[in-house]
Design a protein around this ligand. Structure first.
Ligand code: ADP
Length: 508
């Protein structure tokens, strides 16, 4: 456990350059610190080695090959996990096929719903354990895994459990049949939540699944396997194959997979789309983003600052819908940036298991390298790189919250997804300019608008080419609300009623 005493006091590359005049406006006293409040891990039981979850059992991978999953806050191994190859993926898909034709396919809709309600309740019962494992394996602050990830996981299962025996009301006058076997591939930023987004609608609609978690965060999915078994999900209905990109590619290409659901990078999304071209497989893709958070001069500035911090710095910016581009109306830009720097100075970067932590560990050394390369790119493009002088632990992977100031539309740090706690700041004068600049991106997943005028918020959100636009808030989720992107941010919608149809064959 890292305590503040163990943290280095090294200063960031770019020192705090806040003008003295701005510092006079500091609203937070940063001269005192919180006592450590680490979550206990005594009750967490992790195996040293995990198999693959196929046909209701943990089985050895055909090759016997394993890889390590680490705690990125300490750069220490947590467990060895199995590397699934083509033979394992085939075994998992065959098991899913059989389950479809066996008990799951024959079960009544109400019974299926009952099992999913049980899964939701068991997730609630084991919420603390799941939250801790999520923070250990992924590096995210416990406050987020405890208060956001795991409650939303349970909420997704509750929500879709409710639809299982009501599909005739969801699609009146049409006959709804499951598509078959769904191959689902998920990323590392919200490991269990992404598993829930994928599994809950697929199971509620009567499909069976082969799920591939991300290689850096497989542990909560493997814990979920225990819950599914205990809840009475029949063997083969959900199979979990761990591995890297090759395992995902095997799943996408398997001829008995009827639908592919993917969340991850736009780059891999394009590879998957190419692999699926010409096949009859259905697919949904939830890909990258470079969301615009637009603050107008009539906005409540302090609230906007909180929303910006929540939108990009919490969860280390490891969110595809993160508000990674900030557009501020020129008249309030200096004030807002000063207040933002002031707030950034209070953010605690460190032990993900400490309840005081705002910004946890970067998920992997590869991701940290990528973020750091963008800090260099920003400098070479001539933008000002600002970081507060907060301490970070000595071991593990860390990035201080960062602003890119004085950005232009053409800068790579404005155009490309970085997936770290880094925010590119630009200004605008008119509403039209804000909309044009916000839409000038290959992505279109999400956005935010901060204004005192309701009509303005509606008018602007209508013009933003983004799947979700939040007004005077950011990163709010509910299982009943659809989520998905425009342009290179993806194909299809997940969540809500919209999230059911991608798993169904609907006929008259
Ligand atoms: P991120 O940048 O978020 O890591 P990736 O798109 O690389 O996103 O990874 C998301 C998921 O896709 C992970 O589970 C990863 O193993 C998987 N994956 C990576 N490459 C491929 C591929 N070629 N085909 C299928 N899945 C892949």
């Amino acid at each position: 456990m890292t305590t503040p005493d163990e943290t280095s006091e090294s200063t960031p590359e770019t020192a705090d350059t806040t003008p003295t005049s701005d510092k006079r406006e500091l609203r937070f006293d940063t001269s005192w610190s919180y006592a450590p409040a680490p979550e206990s891990t005594d009750h967490i039981r992790l195996e040293s080695t995990y198999g693959l979850f196929i046909d209701g059992e943990m089985v050895e991978p055909a090759s016997g090959e394993r890889f390590s999953t680490i705690n990125p806050a300490r750069d220490e191994k947590l467990a060895d996990v199995s590397m699934a190859g083509a033979a394992d993926v085939d075994r998992a898909v065959q098991a899913a096929r059989q389950a479809l034709e066996g008990p799951w396919g024959q079960m009544s809709d109400a019974e299926r719903g009952k099992i999913l309600f049980r899964v939701a309740r068991m997730i609630q019962e084991r919420a603390r354990e799941l939250a801790i494992i999520e923070s250990l394996d992924g590096g995210k602050p416990i406050r987020e895994s405890r208060d956001i990830d795991i409650p939303l996981v349970a909420a997704h299962f509750f929500y879709y459990a409710g639809w299982a025996d009501k599909l005739e009301f969801a699609f009146p006058g049409r006959h709804a049949r499951p598509l078959g076997v769904a191959g689902q591939i998920i990323p590392w930023n919200f490991p269990l939540l992404m598993a829930a987004w994928k599994l809950a609608p697929a199971l509620a609609t009567g499909n069976t699944v082969v799920l591939k978690p991300a290689e850096t965060t497989p542990l909560t999915a493997l814990k979920l396997a225990e819950i599914l078994q205990d809840a009475g999900v029949p063997p083969g209905v959900v199979n979990i194959v761990t591995g890297a990109g090759e395992t995902g590619a095997e799943l996408v290409q398997h001829p008995l997979v009827d639908k592919v659901a993917f969340t991850g990078s736009t780059e891999v999304g394009k590879i998957i789309q190419r692999a699926l071209a010409g096949t009859s497989k259905r697919f949904t893709l939830e890909l990258g983003g470079k969301a615009a958070n637009i603050v107008f001069e009539d906005a409540a500035i302090d609230q906007a600052v909180e929303g910006i911090v929540n939108g990009i710095f919490f969860n280390q910016g490891h969110v595809c819908c993160a508000g990674s581009r900030l557009f501020v109306q020129e008249s309030v830009a200096d004030l807002l940036v000063a207040k933002l720097k002031d707030r950034m100075a209070t953010l605690i970067v460190g032990d993900p298991l400490d309840k005081n932590t705002d910004i946890g560990a970067i998920n992997s050394s590869d991701q940290l390298e990528k973020i750091e390369s963008y800090l260099e790119i920003g400098k070479s493009e001539g933008v000002e790189v600002y970081q507060p002088s907060c301490s970070v632990p000595d071991s593990g992977f860390w990035c201080r919250p960062t602003l890119f100031l004085g950005c232009a539309q053409s800068h790579r740090v404005v155009q490309e997804e970085i997936f770290g706690p880094v925010l590119a700041v630009q200004t605008f004068r008119t509403v039209d300019e804000a909309i044009k600049k916000a839409n000038n991106t290959p992505y279109g997943l999400s956005g935010g608008v901060w204004t005192d005028k309701g009509a303005k918020a509606f008018r602007i959100s209508d013009k933003l080419r983004a799947g979700v636009v939040w007004a005077n808030t950011y990163n709010k989720f509910d299982p009943s609300s659809p989520f998905g992107g425009y342009k290179e941010s993806g194909v299809g919608r997940e969540g809500g009623l919209h999230g059911l149809s991608p798993y169904l064959e609907l006929s008259a």
